[in-house]
Every structure is written in structure tokens, then in C-alpha cells.
Design a protein around this ligand. Structure first.
Ligand code: ADP
Ligand code: GLC
Length: 492
């Protein structure tokens, strides 16, 4: 057996502490699986105001009191709290980097009232990136690998390769940077660069500068030792065109040999119809009738009538351009005229919220809408629906189509990123869902019609459900891919 590795996993969202999307699901589970595989891994995230001290039994780490973090010419003070996440096998320590002024707010990145990004997000995440390194030093715990995730952690590889490189404590630490979504880059006016404390020379084309601005994501891509992203298809897409690469395609092409696509797994301790405590009736492949009880409960929750043989289509989504909502808008009237019912759980941009509210008013007898964040309802939608709609414009991995497969809820998706890698159209034989290629509302509509037709062939439909339910998207094999990457880096 080779020696266990020490890994620090850095993320701005970790389930169950703070979540806006799939990054939290990944950060809450992948480290546990890596620990189960025999490594020492710890997590660090910001201590947001929404994280309850009582619920999570947070305690101060005395050794980590009053750490000074330079921000430009100023110094801000960080304190560190700690808690754990645990599964049946192992416990992972989670550190929370605390600073009241920066993190004690109702939102994670944006103000829930104005729906605008906090204006000092540059300082909040410069403080986080630098604070993480200062914490390690104070702790005296020297990981082999720092695994960074998304733009909020992008400066860490830049610090390690430049300023902190002169310190023997950091000299041998390797960094892995995972892209969960390239469209969110953390770009700030050039003046923000001075607050980073990075050497002047790094603010250039080969460094953290992007069209005159500070770009956190670019920093992660340029300075990390290895880059990963969350599906093989998305890894190809982001190098190929500006549409997917969001302007960073050139930077990625240069690093193509160090870019790896590793598909996300899912946590079957949380998302599993056989054990899910948040649904009305538990079921598996042999007891599919149980799904009907969940469908009844879900429809009742939305005040909709239960109708035998009328398929129920569901969506759980952030309301952002990424998710293909404009395609749904274009076909909405035709879709609602079909013999279907439709439920949606979503939160995000106001223009989409207003639109779906108006659609709901128009079709109140067939459509249910919940605007907001609701974990319990998300589980019931996965269990109670017959089909799950995900026509994304782009999708780095996507988790809801994977949850849907496990719950026997047949996905209808656009062939992009992780959706393309995980959903196989029934037309190709033994498929687990329905898929269309072109980002076009007519294609989406035809695909929905195809699914509805198939739904009424009960035997064929059950076969599709079972094909999905049988698949295994647990984390073990993807976690191994990460630890192999870590291992190769440590050898270098
Ligand atoms: P993304 O991270 O791009 O939003 P994913 O499919 O990777 O997409 O992950 C989304 C995660 O967030 C899933 O766990 C999903 O159930 C959850 N989610 C999204 N919107 C809501 C909501 N309004 N309420 C509850 N959970 C939500
Ligand atoms: C991002 C992506 C999503 C992915 C998630 C977790 O939010 O939009 O596709 O599943 O990260 O990696």
C-alpha cells in the first residue's frame, strides 16, 4: 500500500453548511469518499452568517485565533471554527474561516434583496484565498495537495507559485484546480489586484490579468499544477469555442495536456429512493408503485389533481441563462397544451421568475410553481415526477439528471457537457433518457413529444426507468481518478 496523502479541499460551498448549487453537493461528498479510501483530507470554507453555530456544533480552534491576513496595505483578522461531516465510515474535519465584517451576511455571493453581487466580493475572496494559506501555516499542517474549486479559490495556486513559494512550508505543496462552471470567473477592476499583494509582474497576459481586469478563474487555470473539470465532454467543449470557453479557451488550450475531465458522482446516502427520509413512500425497482404515492403527494402540495396516465414533468433549477429556460419559454404554450402536468422549483434571476409566475397564472390547473430554495421539495420532485427536463445551453456536469436516473424519473436533456456523457437516448437502444443536440426550441419540443409517446407504452417506459435506476454513479471510481492525479503530482 502506498503512503496516504494529505489533502486540503477548498470550496466556497459545502453541503450541509452552505449551498447555491451542485458545487456544494460535490464538496460535501467527494472528500468523504477520498477519506474512506484511506487519505487524510480536510475541508476549508468561509464562515457565512447563515451557518448555524448550534446546529453544526461549531467550536473555535484556539490555535487558529486572530490570524492576520494582509489585504493591500491593511490587515484583517481571521478566526477559525471547526466542525465535521461524517458518513458511516469516516469523519472529515471542516474548517470555517471567519471574519464578521466580510461573511456575516444573509447571502453567500449576492444580497437576497437586491439579487446583486456583494460589491466587496473581491476582498471577501482575496481574504479567503490568502487566509487559507495563513491558516495552514499557523496550524502547522502541511498538505501534499491543495484542491481548489471554482473562481473563489483561484488565487491560491497563484500565491503558492509566487509569494509563498519562497517559504519552505509551501514549497512542495501541489495544487489541483477544478472548474465547476467556467462562466463565473470572478473578474474585478484592475484596482482589486493591489489588494491581493501579488507581485506586480503577475498582472499581465501570462498571469492573472484578463482584458485589463483581475480574473480569479484565470489565476486558477494559469498557476495550478493540474486542472480538472466535471465531465469529459465539458473538458473538450471549453477548449474548443468561445461560447464554452467564455474567453478563456486560449488559456485552456495551452494547458490541454494538464486538463482532465472527471465526471461527478452522486451521494446515494442522500439521493436514494430506497432510503430517502424526505419522500412519502420509499421504493426501488421492484416496488415502483411507491412512486405513485410520491406523485400524489407532490401534486397535492401544488394543489393539482392526480390523473392516472397523465405524465408529470419536473424541473429543479437555478433561474439563469445556462439552464435553457429561453427554450422552455418559446415552447411553453404548445407544451402546456399537451396532455401533461408540470411542476417547477426554482430561484434566481427576476426576469425568469416573473416569466414563470405569469406562465403559472395562465396554466394554474396544470402547472405548479415554487419560487425559492427548498431541499425537501427537491427530493419529492425527483421521486414524484415521471420525467425531468434539463435543456441546458451548457452543463459542466449536472447532478439533477443523475438524481433523476436513480429515482426512475426519465431525463429529457440537451446533449451538452455532463448531460451528453451521462444520458443515452432510447433511440440508440437500451437508453436511459431522451436527448436532443441543437440548441433549438423545436428540437426540444419534438423530444418532449417523443418522450410523451413512449410514456404510454408502459412496458417500454418501465424498461427506460429501470435502465436508469440500475446505473451506478457513486463517487468511488471518480474519487480514485482524483487520488491518482494527486499521487502523480506528489511524485513530480
Ligand atoms: P448547478 O450547480 O449548475 O445549479 P447541478 O445539477 O449540478 O446544477 O446541481 C444543482 C443542485 O442544486 C442540485 O442538488 C439541486 O437539487 C439543487 N437545487 C437547485 N435549485 C434548487 C432549489 N430551488 N431548491 C432546492 N434545491 C435546488
Ligand atoms: C456547477 C455546474 C454543474 C455541476 C456542478 C458541480 O454548478 O453548473 O453542471 O454539476 O457545478 O460540479
Amino acid at each position: 500500500m502506498s503512503k496516504p496523502l494529505n489533502i486540503l479541499f477548498v470550496s466556497s460551498e459545502v453541503e450541509p453548511f452552505a449551498k447555491t448549487g451542485g458545487l456544494a453537493d460535490v464538496s460535501g461528498t467527494l472528500p468523504q469518499v477520498i477519506k474512506d479510501q484511506g487519505h487524510e483530507i480536510r475541508i476549508i470554507m468561509p464562515r457565512y452568517g447563515s451557518i448555524s453555530e448550534r446546529k453544526f456544533k461549531l467550536h473555535d480552534v484556539i490555535r487558529l485565533k486572530d490570524i492576520e491576513v494582509p489585504i493591500g496595505k491593511e490587515k484583517k483578522i481571521a478566526n477559525v471554527n471547526s466542525s465535521f461531516i461524517a458518513n458511516v465510515k469516516s469523519k472529515v474535519q471542516v474548517y470555517f474561516l471567519a471574519n464578521k465584517e466580510l461573511y456575516e451576511r444573509p447571502g453567500i455571493y449576492t444580497s437576497p434583496d437586491s439579487k446583486k453581487d456583494y460589491v466587496d466580493n473581491d476582498v471577501r475572496f482575496i481574504f479567503f484565498c490568502r487566509g487559507v494559506l495563513e491558516t495552514l501555516k499557523r496550524l502547522g499542517w502541511q498538505p501534499d495537495i491543495i484542491h481548489c474549486n471554482d473562481w473563489q479559490t483561484g488565487l491560491i495556486p497563484a500565491y503558492i507559485k509566487t509569494m509563498y513559494n519562497h517559504d519552505p512550508f509551501f514549497k512542495n505543496i501541489k495544487t489541483v484546480f477544478t472548474i465547476h462552471n467556467l462562466a463565473y470567473q470572478g473578474t474585478f477592476p484592475a484596482a482589486a489586484f493591489d489588494k491581493t499583494g501579488l507581485p506586480e509582474a503577475e498582472f499581465g497576459k501570462e498571469g492573472v490579468e484578463f482584458f485589463g481586469k483581475l480574473n480569479f478563474m484565470k489565476a486558477g487555470l494559469v498557476y495550478s499544477d493540474v486542472i480538472t473539470t466535471v465531465s469529459e465532454k465539458y473538458a473538450e467543449e471549453i477548449c474548443s469555442t468561445e461560447e464554452f470557453g467564455c474567453g478563456l479557451e486560449g488559456v485552456l488550450q495551452k494547458r490541454k495536456s494538464q486538463l482532465h475531465g472527471i465526471i461527478n458522482g452522486i451521494d446515494y446516502n442522500i439521493w436514494n429512493p430506497e432510503t430517502d427520509e424526505l419522500i412519502i413512500k420509499r421504493y426501488d425497482m421492484r416496488t415502483l408503485e411507491g412512486k405513485q404515492d410520491n406523485k400524489k403527494e407532490l401534486l397535492a402540495k401544488f394543489g393539482l389533481a392526480y390523473k392516472v396516465n397523465v405524465p408529470l414533468v419536473g424541473i429543479i433549477s437555478r433561474l439563469v441563462d445556462q439552464k435553457g429556460l429561453d427554450l422552455i419559454k418559446e415552447i411553453a404554450d404548445d407544451f402546456m397544451k399537451l396532455d401533461v402536468q408540470f411542476v417547477m422549483l426554482a430561484a434566481g434571476e427576476k426576469r425568469y421568475q416573473d416569466y414563470f409566475e405569469s406562465l403559472h397564472k395562465k396554466y394554474a390547473a396544470k402547472m405548479g410553481l415554487f419560487i425559492g430554495y427548498n431541499d425537501e421539495l427537491a427530493h419529492l420532485i425527483e421521486a414524484g415526477c415521471d420525467m425531468y427536463l434539463m435543456p441546458s445551453r451548457y452543463e459542466p456536469c449536472g447532478l439533477n439528471q443523475l438524481y433523476s436516473l436513480k429515482y426512475g424519473t426519465v431525463p429529457i436533456v440537451r446533449a451538452t457537457g455532463g448531460l451528453d456523457d451521462t444520458i443515452h437516448d432510447v433511440e440508440s437502444g437500451n437508453g436511459n433518457g431522451f436527448k436532443f443536440k441543437k440548441y433549438d426550441s423545436k428540437e426540444l419540443f419534438k423530444t418532449i413529444q417523443r418522450a410523451l409517446k413512449m410514456y404510454h407504452d408502459t412496458a417500454a417506459w418501465k424498461k427506460i426507468m429501470k435502465n436508469g435506476m440500475q446505473q451506478d454513479f457513486s463517487w468511488e471510481s471518480s474519487a480514485k481518478k482524483y487520488t491518482n492525479l494527486y499521487r502523480n503530482l506528489v511524485k513530480q
